[in-house]
Design a protein around this ligand. Sequence first.
Ligand code: PGA
Length: 253
Amino acid sequence: MARQQLIAGNWKMNKTIEEALALGEGVAAGAGPYPAVEVAIFPTFVALPALAAMLADSTLKLGAQNAHPAESGAFTGEIALPMLVGLVDMVILGHSERRAIFGESSEFIGDKVRATLDKDLTTVLCVGEQLEDRNAGNTDAVVGAQVRDGLRAVAAAEMPGVILAYEPVWAIGTGLTASPEQADETIGTIRASLAELYDGDVADTVRILYGGSVNPGNWDEIARQENVDGALVGGASLKAEDFTELVRISAAL
Ligand code: PGA
């Protein structure tokens, strides 16, 4: 069964509400002609209500960049999943910036994955190795452990609610991308570990995105790799023309 391509834009800490509405409008218009490709945008929390209202009749999916696993409580500055229900379709969890800058552990990320699935929201679980891991030949071990920890409380029957994103940390925001072969190989290894953790059906059907300095110039070659089901895009998602060019490239595969 062919897996549907997904182009996902992680806007990170960019765009005011007004700017986010303009970008969302541009993305919806630009992606409109390519309905075969699923398109999702992940603005900041404050822009979500306005974008949800604007995109109510659009096929564009809306997502949050993070969430806390608790239902509510004394967690200053955090956003709980019940606040996102009805507002978003997806939640990015375990982004390398959350892991590295905010010190989130794989175990905590696993709690978030569990809590997100409990709310029937789709999880985009990010995994990826640091440059020193790759240079030491530890990529598969590091990424494999992140996958295992992130999914430790998820049953095979729940895996349709999970999308994975392989993002080598050394390729994020640096202009360096993994070669198409590196991306395909590591994502293939992730599929093999899903076959071990679950079964071959899960390994074949779960969508796994590539992320890390994806742009209109390098996407075609990476997108053509057998194991790659789409992209999680940072920098190039902040311009509607660049982002929708990625959608067009995926639609033409
Ligand atoms: P980038 O970010 O495309 O700017 O490298 C990707 C990401 O962090 O998801």
